[in-house]
Design a protein around this ligand. Structure first.
Ligand SMILES: [Fe+2]
Ligand SMILES: [Fe+2]
Length: 175
């Protein structure tokens, strides 16, 4: 968990280059690109890192659909939409989850408003971005395998998980 907090701060200085955008654009259709670029820059950077690492982890694995894996990685966090949650509230959500994981989820409530409402909204997004992202990708025409993996990326590993989901979780942990 600490590495998540650390990496979160490291990502604040993240940069997305023209080559990165070219990479993302090559794997995504127009509607999916719109979702990708609706994320904050640090989230875009994170998704690119996860995609590259996932691809490396899948090297030589005949059972992995590489295209599905990279597309999942690029889109897994699109439930975190830019401008929806401030950096301060996002940091607070990460820390609340670190220090009071059982309570933090219950504090979450969707809907922006005043200071407290925004903070609770940030917690809601933090805990529910997988389902949110899956719904956004489904609305953009994403197929069921893709939306299923995005929706489950923070669930504990389970029997029958597709290999792309297992690798995505592994790569996500590393970034
Ligand atoms: Fe996530
Ligand atoms: Fe992630």
């Amino acid at each position: 968990m600490w590495h998540r907090v650390k990496q979160f701060f490291a990502a604040l200085t993240a940069e997305v280059t023209a080559a990165d955008r070219e990479f993302a654009d090559a794997w995504l259709n127009a509607a999916e690109r719109a979702l990708f670029y609706a994320m904050n820059l640090p989230d875009q950077y994170h998704a690119l890192q996860v995609a590259r690492t996932a691809r490396r982890l899948a090297a030589g694995r005949a059972d992995v659909d590489l295209e599905l894996l990279v597309r999942c990685a690029l889109l897994h966090d699109v439930g975190k939409v830019k401008g929806d949650v401030s950096t301060f509230d996002k940091t607070a959500a990460v820390l609340a989850n670190r220090f009071a994981p059982e309570k933090a989820e219950g504090w979450g409530r969707p809907g922006r408003g005043g200071r407290i409402a925004n903070l609770r909204h940030a917690l809601h997004v933090y805990f529910h971005h997988p389902e949110r992202g899956a719904a956004l990708v489904a609305a953009a025409g994403g197929d069921e395998r893709l939306t299923d993996i995005i929706g489950r990326h923070h669930r504990p590993p389970a029997a029958g998980d597709p290999p792309e989901l297992t690798i995505l979780r592994e790569a996500d942990e590393l970034h």
